[in-house]
Design a protein around this ligand. Structure first.
Ligand SMILES: [Zn+2]
Ligand SMILES: [Zn+2]
Length: 351
């Protein structure tokens, strides 16, 4: 199987040229073959895990961490939720799709990847990050405050964690190197509940900041596994191909109709960035609420700058899967649209 793809020419950021001395610091031949910032992310991940490894994960148990993560991502309750949503997609589809649509089959590969390699990867990444924060930034951890009600602590961690996920998601849409890892998630043209798994493993690096609220309040309480399972189930629901909005409740919670707007092919995709709560989008003016016209919108990346299973005569799932995983490290293709800039009023205008 060949992983060689045509070498597209590089899209050079405006203001830079080959006549520029600093530009020449990186040989042009190298830049035409690889996208160096993606390697910087990979190196950062290796460095972080190396710290975790050499410090024995700060004394934490890697086995119990992986077990907890497995319960959240592939535990019996999560699998039951996924199965229920797959059935609901047949009954109330937002878009008519065969159960065996190409995009669905491709997402099965990502589901298998998540259920096997991604779980231990996230576990070592999380333990390493927690150890670095604990040792390098010990002042971040609050001491125990006995008077704090347990329920309030749990609610605060949950809301702050969701807020951090929103912020990391925004960064994925605004920072070029992060977008190169995140665009895989947006390449899905046959949305299904399994699209929640269609992510590049390295995208989890930026979502590590969502661990911070739990680390800050660790002495006062921790999120129960059941709540994390419910959170994972909710994010899966948001990706399902179900025609479902929440009416006024959509002002608080993310619905499938709401998240589909985030995945739409036409229009800005840096809107409706919320994971479970839609309050962050309203706060930062990136919310577009569903209307009858937005239900069943087509999804995917305009112009297909990333190879997708729909782009070839035969699907060739495994080959496309491997090419999608190495794509962030390849030079940027010419047909890549520029990333949007921070102009809140522009998303307001679409309301
Ligand atoms: Zn996104
Ligand atoms: Zn999504």
């Amino acid at each position: 199987m060949s992983l060689i793809i045509p070498s597209p020419s590089i899209v050079r950021p405006s203001g830079q040229s080959d006549q520029n001395g600093t530009d020449e610091a990186v040989p042009r031949a190298l830049r035409q073959r690889v996208y160096l910032p993606a390697y910087a992310v990979a190196l950062s991940i290796v460095g972080l895990i190396a710290i975790g490894w050499t410090t024995h994960w700060g004394g934490a148990s890697l086995t119990s961490s992986m077990t907890g993560l497995r319960i959240v991502i592939i535990g019996p309750v999560t699998l039951a939720i996924l199965a229920l949503l797959l059935v609901a997609e047949r009954v109330w589809p937002a878009q008519d799709r065969s159960f065996f649509a190409r995009g669905h089959r491709q997402d099965v590969l990502y589901t298998v990847l998540n259920m096997t390699l991604t779980v231990p990867f996230i576990a070592v990444l999380s333990l390493s990050f927690a150890e670095v924060v604990r040792t390098r930034l010990p002042w971040l951890t609050f001491p125990r405050v006995g008077a704090l009600p347990h329920g309030l602590v749990i609610a605060a961690i949950f809301v702050a964690m969701d807020g951090c996920n929103w912020f990391a998601h925004l960064a994925n849409h605004r920072v070029q190197v992060l977008w190169r890892f995140h665009e895989l998630h947006h390449s899905q043209e046959d949305m299904t509940v399994l699209t929640v798994f269609r992510t590049h493993p390295f995208v989890h690096f930026v979502y590590l900041i969502a661990l911070l609220p739990g680390i800050v309040l660790l002495a006062n309480g921790a999120l129960p596994t059941g709540l994390l399972v419910a959170y994972a189930g909710w994010v899966a629901l948001a990706h399902s191909n179900i025609r479902l909005g929440f009416g006024p409740l959509g002002r608080i919670l993310v619905s499938p109709n709401y998240h589909r707007i985030h995945h739409r092919t036409e229009g800005r995709q840096d809107v409706n960035l919320g994971f479970a709560l839609s309050i962050w989008d309203q706060l930062f003016r990136t919310a577009i609420f569903p209307t009858p016209q937005t239900v069943g919108l087509t999804t995917g990346l305009k112009g297909r700058p990333l190879i997708v299973e729909h782009g070839t005569l035969r699907p060739r799932h495994l080959r496309v899967f491997l090419l999608q995983l190495v794509a962030p490290f390849r030079p940027m293709p010419d047909n890549r649209a520029p990333l949007p800039t921070w102009t809140p009023s522009s998303s307001d205008a679409e309301r």
